[in-house]
Design a protein around this ligand. Structure first.
Ligand SMILES: [Zn+2]
Length: 586
């Protein structure tokens, strides 16, 4: 500094003045120098171009070697490294390269270089180069470990400062990068069973996107095994609290882990060597979900297969108790029992030497109809739990109960006779003249329409030829027949007033009330199907002794479906079925 001030050079003085100012001690003599014109001239004479071609190499974890293009006429170069937004000088060199040392590993740094020329002993600087960024290498990776997996190897290593890690695997004698990961672990998947070599290195990415790599870790050799998925998981439910699982053996497996679903997960409930396991202590009639996976033991560690598909089953419901029959009539009764946890109840009846399931109920009761009078029946009930895949699991059967149906009884209400609720009109049981339903009953009409529709689909036309007939209409007809054929003959085919089935409003002559109807397609269809809709052929062939009338294939009577089917299946006439007569008193 002193040397510079002693020279009487205006540019140097100007420069010195600035430096003195900066130092805070300013002699008056210096400040009085008037210099702008001379300073500008000096700058022009000494101006140097900007440094170009600034680049670098990173040889290790703590150095960056910078280099740049030589500037013609330069006496030296000043290197600045960014710190708090400034580029304080870190070196002053005459060469066009400089090794920055002592940096932390995996750190990004920014540099600028400017050339200078010494003019009158004073450094006159050119412009800074553009900012240049680089980074030191990350530290080498240590502590690389490998864990054998199912068709996989899990690698882990110690963390170092870096942008990411690169994983390499030896393939066909060559190292190949197989992954880039931000964390210090990586699982290589899709491996066949066998031995593999791996190594890892860290990478630091600088601001311009160039990568700087740390040294490779030591190579590690790791094994992958394959453990196949369990197949054929199935079960049996032996009782109300257990489910016995079984599955196909997996080749080479050392054991199996059984998981049972809980809150969406499958925590292990058993670790077994064999291919069966009985889950015990479950509640009755409960659905459970299971998964099983196989494992092999490698170096003391269990290597698991993937889980098999979810498998659902259920425990059996408890035994049904307290079965009772109530409201027992000649043809119907109600069964009820104590509730147990289940999906449904199955009701069984003993018939033809076998137990037969006759009803399924979701509630603890069931109405049974279509029974015969004076007949002994046996019933039993069991509960059923349906699992999520639709399989049924049954509880034990209840104790059997035995019920005897009573005989049919004829009840007379307001002059009308009923047997098991069926209104009677034959030669024994008459209707009062005042009984007038004014047409076919609602049930009868509806049932006939349903039957008509079904017949039509089979290509059969059915219609009502004669339905309801009042007491007075019947009186007119009967008197006419008597006058024509005599009383004895008329009584064989026509009813006396008050004794006609037609007065019930539940009898219909179909299509054509004459012998020519017999044997037609319509007559056959009617005989084969009318019971399904609640009708019976009221005066069957060969039953005149019971019904009091000759065969009338066209005359049907509505009695409701269960009874119609029972009467038809029995091959009996209505009179025989109920054990009643049809005879005029005189
Ligand atoms: Zn008729």
């Amino acid at each position: 500094m002193k040397k510079i001030i002693n020279r009487k050079n205006t540019a140097a003085v100007a420069c010195a003045a600035m430096m003195i100012c900066a130092a805070g001690a300013v002699p008056d003599s210096v400040l009085s120098v008037s210099m702008p014109v001379q300073a500008a001239e000096a700058a022009e004479q000494t101006s140097l171009p900007q440094v170009t071609g600034l680049t670098s190499k990173t040889p290790d974890i703590s150095s960056i070697r910078l280099s740049w293009n030589a500037v013609s006429g330069a006496d030296g170069y000043s290197i600045g490294m960014r710190s708090k937004g400034q580029y304080p000088e870190i070196a002053d060199v005459t060469d066009t390269t400089y090794l920055v040392t002592g940096l932390p590993a995996a750190t990004r740094e920014n540099f600028k270089v400017r050339a200078y020329k010494i003019v009158n002993g004073q450094k006159v600087y050119g412009d800074y180069s553009v900012n240049y960024n680089s980074a030191t290498n990350p530290r080498p990776i240590s502590g690389l470990k490998a864990q054998t997996g199912n068709a996989s190897v899990s690698l882990s290593w110690k963390k170092v400062g870096c942008s990411n890690y690169r994983v390499f695997m030896l393939e066909n004698g060559k190292w190949k990068q197989i992954a880039q990961t931000d964390t210090n672990s990586y699982t290589v998947i899709g491996l066949d069973a066998g031995s593999y070599k791996f190594k890892v290195r860290a990478c630091k990415r600088d601001d311009k996107g160039a990568n700087h790599y740390g040294k490779y870790s030591q190579e590690i050799t790791a094994q992958a095994v394959t453990v196949n998925k369990v197949t054929g998981l199935t079960s049996k439910t032996p009782n109300t609290s257990s489910i016995k699982l079984s599955w196909n053996a997996v080749s080479g497996a050392d054991g199996y882990s059984v998981g049972m679903r809980s809150k969406g997960k499958y925590p292990e409930i058993a670790d077994v060597k064999g291919t069966t396991y009985t889950v015990k202590g479950l509640p009755a009639a409960t659905r459970e979900n299971f998964k099983v996976r196989a494992y092999k033991i490698v170096d003391g560690v269990k290597i698991y297969s993937d889980y098999c598909e979810n498998y659902n089953s259920a425990t059996n419901p408890r035994k049904v108790t307290g079965v009772k029959a109530s409201d027992i009539t000649a043809s119907t009764l109600d069964l009820n029992w104590k509730s147990v946890g289940c999906t449904s109840y199955k009701v069984f009846i003993y018939t033809n030497g076998k137990w037969k399931n006759i009803a399924s109920s979701t509630v603890n009761s069931c109405a049974i109809n279509g029974l015969y009078a004076k007949t002994t029946y046996r019933f039993k009930v069991r509960a059923c739990k349906t699992d999520d895949k639709g399989s049924n699991h049954y509880g034990a059967y209840s104790e059997e109960i035995t019920v005897k149906t009573p005989d049919h009884t004829v009840e007379v209400i307001n002059g009308m006779s009923y047997v098991d609720g069926v209104l009677l009109a034959n030669k024994t049981y008459s209707l009062p003249a005042s009984y007038d339903p004014k047409g076919l009953t609602k049930e009868t009409s509806a049932a006939f329409k349903k039957m008509q529709t079904a017949a039509y689909k089979d290509g059969i036309s059915l219609w009502v030829c004669s339905g309801y007939r009042s007491y007075y209409d019947q009186r007119y007809l009967y008197n006419m027949y008597c006058n024509r054929d005599g009383k004895a003959a008329a009584d064989k085919y026509s009813a006396r007033p008050g004794y006609s089935d037609h007065q019930t409003g539940m009898a219909i002559d179909v299509n054509n009330a004459s012998d020519s109807f017999g044997g037609t397609r319509e007559a056959k269809w009617l005989a084969n199907n009318c019971a399904k809709y609640g009708f019976i052929i009221r005066y069957p062939k060969g039953k005149e002794a019971y019904t009091g009338y000759q065969y009338e294939p066209w005359h049907i009577r509505y009695v409701g479906t269960p009874l119609a089917q029972n009467i038809t299946n029995s091959g009996l006439s209505l009179e025989e079925y109920f054990g009643i007569t049809s005879q005029y008193k005189d």
